[in-house]
Design a protein around this ligand. Structure first.
Ligand SMILES: C[S@@+](CC[C@H](N)C(=O)[O-])C[C@H]1O[C@@H](n2cnc3c(N)ncnc32)[C@H](O)[C@@H]1O
Length: 403
């Protein structure tokens, strides 16, 4: 069955399965598909549309665990388990050892499906499916690659933000610090940022990120000085905050600097703030509007339900409304195109340790940078309604700019 014909509950189950959500949450979604117990129809859907189609691509121990839970759930409710499910489970029992799931350094493939909600008009590059599916190689060990081989909640929120407000990023030169698996950069290419440069300080994370860009059919350039017009070309560079030089950063000239879950290590913070300061102090002319270069995108991409708090600005006819909104707030009125103004940074973060965050604030202040909390005022649409592991309420969104 084609994805666009699926009922929302089935689409949520399939998306959660591909994103390797917990097997408990898969069972809960399976129940929702039939309003209670996991019927034969739902089992057929799981067999035909989830397992048969994707078994070769997903982590076998995860599939075994899901099948075990599913069979137990049906048996507990005195239902009939499909023969294929029993047989497949038996097959995994013979080929897998008990401790396979515990090998946490294993790299696995996940698919993050951004489901475009009602009210969000179709993006020109995904006219049919109304979804963007990003394939990512990740580690089951959250600490592998200096934490950069897992998907963190802040990158999910930043990705939702990019997809909710594409006009803010379209035709902009974007640079990301601590890119990890590369999800944010992939979303930036989707909304047609004019340039996407991703970076990380950890070499194994960088290698994993490169692989993810290939998996998503993006060609990668690693030379910081090269320029390219290829819209599917993204740059992926090794950029440790401690050692990157001022002259290396000068080549980047970004309009928007992004970072997700990068404020967590107090030792790294002075270096991160140094990098942000150098990038934010670069000024350049902004002569053109987004719609000049991407007319079809500017017309077709407005998300009508995302909220700029207290206003109807997201629904207004002006293509640059959100851009102006942020510029007004972060650059105190220098909103018109053609003016010289500096770049801004959008940082999404879960505040796990208040002292660490306060240290970050103090360092920004010393560096003459201002920070504004946009969490309430720039709320993205919910593109991941099936993802129970993702609690967007824990993530805060900040705009940082020169005072
Ligand atoms: C918690 S992960 C977040 C990854 C990704 N942004 C996300 O949200 O999914 C932090 C990332 O910052 C990178 N990082 C940490 N310290 C760094 C440093 N000193 N220089 C450059 N990158 C660093 C890590 O390698 C890792 O990829």
């Amino acid at each position: 069955m084609a994805d666009q014909e699926l009922q929302p509950s089935s689409l949520h189950l399939l998306s959660a399965f591909l994103a390797m959500e917990s097997t408990d949450s898969l069972i809960a979604l399976a129940r929702e598909c039939s309003g209670g117990s996991v019927t034969e129809r739902v089992q057929s859907f799981i067999w035909d549309d989830c397992i048969t189609k994707y078994a070769g691509k997903l982590h076998a121990p995860y599939l075994r665990k899901f099948l075990k839970k599913l069979i137990a759930e049906v048996e507990l409710n005195h239902g009939d388990v499909m023969d294929e499910l029993y047989e497949h489970y038996a097959h995994y029992m013979t080929i897998l050892k008990d401790n396979d799931l515990e090998k946490e350094n294993t790299r696995v493939f996940k698919y993050i499906s951004f489901l475009f909600p009602e009210g969000c008009q179709e993006l020109s590059s995904c006219p049919e499916s109304r979804k963007l599916m990003v394939q990512l190689q990740c580690s089951l060990n959250m600490l592998e690659g200096d934490t950069g081989c897992s998907v963190w909640p802040s990158s999910l929120l930043l990705s939702e933000c990019i997809l909710s407000f594409p006009e803010l990023f379209c035709n902009k030169s974007c640079f990301e610090v601590g890119s990890g698996v590369g999800l944010v950069g992939i979303c930036l290419t989707h909304v047609k940022a004019s340039k996407v440069i991703m970076s990380d300080g950890d070499l194994s994370t960088l290698a994993n990120m490169n692989r993810n860009l290939e998996l998503n059919h993006l060609s990668v350039e690693t030379d910081m000085s090269e320029t390219t017009e290829d819209p599917y070309m993204v740059k992926c560079i090794h950029l440790p905050w401690e050692s990157v030089s001022e002259s290396e950063l000068q080549n980047l000239k970004a309009d928007i600097i992004l970072g997700a879950d990068v404020i967590y290590d107090p030792v790294c913070l002075p270096h991160l703030v140094r990098v942000l300061t150098l990038l934010l102090n670069q000024t350049k002319l902004y002569p053109e509007k987004c719609s000049d270069n991407h007319p079809s995108f500017a017309l077709g991409s407005k998300c009508t339900d995302a909220k700029v708090n207290g206003t109807q600005e997201a629904n207004a006819g002006n293509d640059n409304t959100l851009d102006d909104f942020l510029v007004k707030r972060t650059h105190k009125g220098a909103a018109n195109v053609g003016l010289k103004r500096g770049p801004m940074a959008l940082i999404a973060s879960v505040i796990r340790n208040v002292d660490t965050f306060n240290k970050f604030l103090a360092l920004l202040d010393e560096a003459n940078l201002s920070i504004e909390d946009l969490t309430e005022s720039l709320r993205p649409l919910n593109f991941l309604p099936y993802m129970q592991s993702y609690d967007r309420s824990t993530v805060r969104l900040f705009a940082i700019s020169c005072k």
